[in-house]
Write a protein that binds this ligand. Structure first.
Ligand SMILES: *[C@@H]1O[C@H](CO)[C@@H](O)[C@H](O)[C@H]1NC(C)=O
Ligand SMILES: *[C@@H]1O[C@H](CO)[C@@H](O)[C@H](O)[C@H]1NC(C)=O
Ligand SMILES: *[C@@H]1O[C@H](CO)[C@@H](O)[C@H](O)[C@H]1NC(C)=O
Ligand SMILES: *[C@@H]1O[C@H](CO)[C@@H](O)[C@H](O)[C@H]1NC(C)=O
Length: 266
């Protein structure tokens, strides 16, 4: 251990020197809502502190990101056809599904998710973001160096692709760790790591392991199905690809988008 320490100090020193030589960059941030935004905000504030130029892209119906407020960074907003209270009701419903998950049957949960998707589809938000020529024009002119994006709001990867800018994803826990595993290359051992929403502790007996494993399989299937139904049409249209057989449009490389770098925090 002791022999490693001087090396660490030297490395740290080099990193610090490196930091001061980095020129400030131009960052586009696509945040999620609630705790997702509060987490992302810490990163945004640190970037601003280090003199990077930050633009936060947000919809007019956002519940937590107040684009009219004066901040140390810029906002770029895009209009959506829904009102703020409709989004708010949607997030409430989603939270309730999450909380009630343990006490509901799987069919009931799935049918609630489908009902929710019918009201506000991810497709609509995606469309409002990337099909607004005024907004896209402004974003292109801004010549960003990097896109920092929370997959909570879908399509950020597609947007980065359209702007031809590298992508970094910032994630928080997701149902069955689907985003983290499929998009963030997080390793997982389904029979040992209890998945979200948590039913078990880290000490599971055999039947619990089987159940936990099945929960992974089920949530992964739901994730693929929803992204296929909701997003593939949009990704196909923009990228001009036919996705027959491609299981998902969101963040997956099979769809021809760049592989993102991922940051995970809980
Ligand atoms: C940011 O810019 C200000 C003013 O130009 C400067 O005083 C400060 O040292 C810079 N901060 C960093 C971290 O480079
Ligand atoms: C695009 O977004 C802007 C706000 O940035 C809005 O004023 C405009 O109406 C939107 N255009 C369309 C076609 O929705
Ligand atoms: C789930 O059911 C149990 C037992 O009926 C109850 O104690 C618990 O509060 C319920 N949880 C939720 C989130 O409703
Ligand atoms: C869908 O929208 C309708 C009408 O606005 C509303 O009554 C209903 O509760 C919504 N359902 C969900 C699941 O959000």
């Amino acid at each position: 251990m002791t022999s490693v320490r001087p090396f660490c100090f030297i490395l740290q020193g080099l990193l610090l020197v490196g930091f001061y030589q980095v020129e400030s960059g131009n960052v586009l941030v696509i945040p999620g809502e609630f705790s997702h935004w509060h987490n992302m905000r810490v990163i945004v504030e640190e970037l601003v502190e280090r003199n990077h130029s930050v633009t936060v892209l947000v919809s007019t119906a956002s519940n937590t990101v107040k684009y009219a407020k004066e901040e140390g960074f810029r906002f770029q907003f895009f209009s959506v056809s829904h009102e703020e209270h409709e989004f708010s009701a949607m997030w409430d419903e989603m939270t309730d599904i999450w909380v009630q998950y343990q006490n509901s049957t799987i069919l009931h949960t799935v049918s609630r998710v489908i009902d929710l998707m019918k009201n506000v589809s991810a497709f609509e938000i995606c469309e409002a973001m990337i099909k607004n020529e005024t907004v896209m024009g402004t974003l292109r002119q801004s010549k960003f160096d990097v896109v920092l994006y929370d997959p909570f709001i879908v399509c950020g990867d597609l947007l980065a692709d359209m702007l031809n800018v590298p992508l970094i994803i910032v994630m928080k826990m997701f149902f069955g760790y689907t985003l983290e595993r499929i998009c963030g290359q997080m390793p997982s051992t389904p029979s040992y790591i209890p998945t979200h929403p948590v039913r078990f502790s880290d000490r599971m007996n055999f039947p619990e392991r089987v159940q936990n494993f099945l929960q992974y399989v089920m949530l992964t299937t739901i994730f693929y199905t929803l992204s296929h139904v909701q997003l593939n049409p949009m990704y196909s249209e923009i990228k001009g690809l036919k996705f027959f057989g491609c299981c998902c449009g969101v963040l997956c490389n099979p769809c021809g988008l760049q592989t993102p770098v991922s940051l995970q925090h809980f």
